[in-house]
Design a protein around this ligand. Structure first.
Ligand SMILES: *[C@@H]1O[C@H](CO)[C@@H](O)[C@H](O)[C@H]1NC(C)=O
Ligand SMILES: *[C@@H]1O[C@H](CO)[C@@H](O)[C@H](O)[C@H]1NC(C)=O
Ligand SMILES: *[C@@H]1O[C@H](CO)[C@@H](O)[C@H](O)[C@H]1NC(C)=O
Length: 492
């Protein structure tokens, strides 16, 4: 039976080398690669200056080696800033910081109104911020310094130093983050309230841990997106896996399959075809944006609808598998520029697999596929997962650490009496929304939920085609941030 792939998207998706029962990442490795490549190719000139900050390797011990420094990259835009005005900081995610800066046009859009300084900080062990250079991913000895608490402390130290250098200690700081970066932004506000006056956490699945939500939530939500468009569409995709599974793995059958899937090279197994389809459906549901976008890949507005249109239009004489393939092709070939599909992806040789380490240590987000989902039913076998992590890195996951360190149990009651000034925004099209905070907690810990929103849609640059609900959502976020700032300046 096909395993339930793990995509942690926080953008977390990664088809990692962990074969079964692994965790979804915000970036499935394959898609991640292509998006990095894409970010490089179609990189618009970003209005930021690049800086490097000498950062401490280990904030939490005083062993001699913990004081080693590494260079942490950050980006700055000071076009609108004047001394004393707010500093808006993006708390970087599991990837190259330019990519997040390019996809968080919202902060650039609102900077003039607030005369804000914009700072995008790269997360340690990603992009150029490698504590041990090329050897950073070598083993647990180096990777051991990659975790969310060190990352939050990096942000705290860097922000403090920056304010000193600008002689603007009184500037209020608001942190912004999407996906894993959104989790970090929310946690940063809770851990470092003396450094950030508030946090906007977009699509931050801080409840995707332990047993806080049903493990089937993520894939049920993906399935719901397709079912909401058309029952037939959902049924065709659901039925396609068995057709794939039934194909023999003999050379000739694989050659047939390679033809159907228009692969560049003949397939070695049916599993890669399955992962390829899987990735297309999961990512498309995450980025089911109301306007044309190019986040993971170029896609039209409401791409789930477009995929289902493709499926529904094909006569029912065609196999379910061929119809699912046609739909998935929208994801891989909306640019119409692919001559063939590279279904068996190259292995990442550039050390972009940091998220994989994070899922094997603290970011354990169990996911299963229920019978109601459009994916083959499967469970989450923790023992097997832990064994794979042992094999790969020689470490054992700590599945309860995140909830111990940051909380999550009874979050409504806990945060009602503790904490303030956090916006959790979620779009229900995004499967990660099910691990988000979907209810208001207090008068200043606010949940903004949009029925048609997708993965941190609010962070995208405004466009003329934005629907009313999206304009309204951003307006409400700006008003809330303005209120925090007013209160801060009034208290000064
Ligand atoms: C602040 O200035 C010091 C001394 O020049 C420098 O080492 C440090 O990197 C600066 N901080 C930031 C955040 O750029
Ligand atoms: C991609 O789209 C173009 C234009 O429709 C088409 O000619 C090409 O065959 C497609 N590629 C694949 C691999 O299906
Ligand atoms: C939370 O409160 C705000 C008003 O402060 C409201 O606009 C929003 O819809 C509420 N969120 C939820 C999930 O009910």
């Amino acid at each position: 039976m096909a395993p339930c792939l793990s995509f942690f998207f926080l953008f977390l998706f990664a088809f990692s080398a962990i074969p079964a029962n692994s965790l979804p990442t915000f970036f499935p490795g394959a898609a991640y690669q292509s998006l990095i490549k894409q970010a490089k190719i179609s990189k618009p000139k970003l209005p930021f200056k690049t800086h490097y900050f000498p950062q401490t390797l280990d904030h939490f011990t005083f062993q001699p080696k913990s004081s080693k420094l590494f260079y942490q990259k950050y980006l700055i835009n000071s076009d609108y800033w004047r001394k004393g005005a707010p500093i808006f900081v993006y708390t970087g995610n599991e990837g190259n910081i330019e990519w997040f800066a390019a996809n968080t046009g919202f902060m650039l859009d609102i900077a003039p109104k607030f005369k804000a300084l914009l700072v995008f900080i790269e997360h340690r062990f990603y992009g150029k911020s490698m504590p041990f250079g090329k050897d950073s991913y070598q083993s647990a000895k180096t990777l051991g310094y990659l975790n969310s608490q060190q990352a939050l402390a990096d942000f705290a130290v860097l922000i403090t130093s920056l304010k000193q250098n600008l002689s603007s200690e009184a500037s209020p700081v608001v942190v912004f983050g999407g996906s894993y970066g959104g989790m970090l932004a929310a946690w940063f506000r809770l851990k470092y309230p003396h450094i950030a006056i508030g946090a906007l956490a977009s699509s931050a699945p801080i409840l995707q841990f332990d047993k806080l939500i049903p493990w089937s939530s993520f894939y049920d939500a993906v399935s719901q997106d397709f079912k909401d468009v058309s029952l037939n569409c959902y049924q065709v995709i659901k039925g396609s896996w068995a057709e794939l599974e039934a194909m023999s793995t003999q050379k000739q059958a694989l050659a047939e399959l390679s033809k159907t899937f228009r692969t560049c090279k003949s397939l070695h197994s049916t599993a890669s075809a399955r992962d390829w389809l899987w990735t297309a459906f999961v990512y498309t549901s995450m980025v089911n944006y109301p306007t044309k976008a190019d986040f993971m890949k170029p896609l039209p507005a409401y791409p789930v609808q477009k995929m289902c249109k493709i499926i529904d239009k094909i006569p029912s004489g065609a196999t379910k598998l061929s119809r699912a393939f046609a739909a998935a092709s929208l994801y891989y070939n909306y640019s119409r520029s692919e001559n063939c599909f590279k279904i068996e992806h190259e292995v990442d040789g550039h050390g972009l697999h940091g998220w994989d380490w994070q899922t094997c240590t603290e970011m354990v987000m169990p996911m299963t596929c229920s019978k109601e989902s459009m994916f083959p039913p499967s469970g989450f076998d923790y023992e097997e997962f832990a064994e794979q992590c042992q094999m790969k890195y020689g470490v054992s996951p700590r599945p309860h650490w995140i909830t111990t360190e940051f909380g999550g149990e009874r979050i409504q009651k806990v945060l009602k009496r503790f904490g303030s000034n956090i916006i959790f925004s979620n779009g229900m099209q995004d499967p990660w929304s099910r691990g988000g905070v979907l209810k208001n907690i207090s008068s200043s810990i606010i949940s903004l939920v949009t029925e048609k929103g997708a993965h941190h849609v609010d962070f995208r640059s405004a466009t003329k085609k934005d629907p009313k609900w999206l304009i309204q959502l951003r307006k409400q976020e700006v008003e809330i941030i303005q209120k925090w700032l007013n209160e801060y300046y009034a208290d000064l």
